[in-house]
Design a protein around this ligand. Sequence first.
Ligand SMILES: N[C@@H](CCC(=O)N[C@@H](CS)C(=O)NCC(=O)O)C(=O)O
Length: 293
Amino acid sequence: MAQVDVVIDTVQDLDQERYKGFFEKDEAKKAELMKTFQSKTVTRFMKIFAEILGKEKWMVGPLIKLAVQTYLLSYTDSTSNSMVKYTVIYFESPGRAEVTRLALAAAGADFEDVRLTSEEWQKRKPNTPQGQLPILEVEYSAGKKVTFPQSGAIARCVARDLDLYGKTPEENTEVDVVLETLNDLFNDLIKIFFEKDEKKKDELKAALGETVIPKYVEHFENIKGKKEWMVGSAMTIADLAVFSIFDQLPVTFGENSVKRFRDSKTLPGLSEKVAANENVKKYLEKRPKPKSQ
Ligand SMILES: N[C@@H](CCC(=O)N[C@@H](CS)C(=O)NCC(=O)O)C(=O)O
């Protein structure tokens, strides 16, 4: 049982470290202490536990191991950016990954922007969750790593983690409405890419600027109304979604596709505000320039 005591006392030491931040009154110092706890202290204790438990000679070893892992992950699964590294894997284009890349950039998160060529993708495809991109890898400082497919799911994952998902459950759902509308728009665009008949393809392209995009512009206008942002009173991933699609459309489908957007009384101003965000600005300067396809 002595070994159990060693683990329990070590857990207590870890808690003592956590309380330093917990009981700190000065908000700036508290934030600093919590950051150090999450980014350094938990990792240090992980190593200590790994050493103790690595011996694996006790009957209770595996159970303690499970308990300790659960205990540590309860800290590391929470939402501090400092302890998480994100990797977004997609093709070079903005496409279905851009809203996630923008969210990570806007929040100043630690993120790797991996852009694959078709050849590189073909090699990696068999080892991915659904054989499609984008993929988001999330690596916690305690060593846990998860990989998610599905652009909507990964956009929501980073929005939740990085406080870009609205402040209330109602706002979360409003953000979802925007992301789902964006998904519908993508599905309409994809019909054009997959159309083999050149005549029909041209018809679809013409309809884009005439009827398809105007319909989505109206949806987005109605959601935004007279508010400063799409949802609530602060920038969310919904604003990044609107910015990203109207940034991308003219490059891929020409200026005609976004005529209704340019004429909108509310959406271009929103896009300008998103582009003026310091972190977004830095990302836009750094990212590969979107190409027409
Ligand atoms: N519903 C999925 C669709 C993903 C999808 O269609 N990905 C395309 C690129 S936009 C892809 O991976 N194409 C390459 C392939 O299927 O090998 C999502 O939203 O992530």
